[in-house]
Design a protein around this ligand. Structure first.
Ligand code: DQA
Length: 145
């Protein structure tokens, strides 16, 4: 059972981005926490970050048979019909996550075009948004919900 974590654009700059929204962890520190979190639950986890829309789409296609995908599409959340269509086309369940509480920020962040084709959305809990998504996917796969 492998869970794929896909980080979208500008998340390679975590640690330098606004700490009040995104916390102070770097991407490497975030991934370390998530890989340890998953390993403690007996699950293999693979994490990757892409700045381009097409690379995210390719990563979604390649993970079609994964037990689950934790996706932070970053700014593409609000605009990318192509990523939405890729999520809709693959077999793996996708959980949309955000570090910040997108609904409590600027109005252009309130809409997610990917949310309707994801199994759910978790936002506002910092790195724990990703950890909670991993927990959901572990439960889903072990309890056959
Ligand atoms: C984000 C929220 C997006 O609105 C923003 O463009 C990001 C990060 C988050 O994790 O809070 O880059 O996805």
């Amino acid at each position: 059972m492998t869970i794929h974590i896909i980080h979208g654009p500008n998340l390679n700059l975590l640690g330098n981005r606004d700490h009040s929204h995104y916390g102070s962890l770097t991407l490497d520190e975030l991934n370390d926490r998530l890989l340890n979190w998953a390993r403690d639950k007996g699950v293999a986890c693979h994490a990757a970050q892409f700045n381009s829309e097409s690379d995210i789409i390719d990563a979604l296609h390649q993970a079609t048979n994964a037990a689950g995908i934790v996706l932070n599409p970053a700014a593409y959340t609000h605009t990318s019909i192509a990523i939405r269509d890729a999520i809709d086309a693959i077999s793996a369940p996708v959980v949309e996550v955000h570090l910040s509480h997108i609904h409590a920020r600027e109005s252009f962040r309130h809409q997610s075009v990917v949310a309707p084709v994801c199994v759910g959305q978790i936002c506002g809990f910092g790195w724990l948004s990703y950890a909670l998504a991993i927990d959901y996917l572990v439960q889903k796969n072990t309890r056959h919900q």
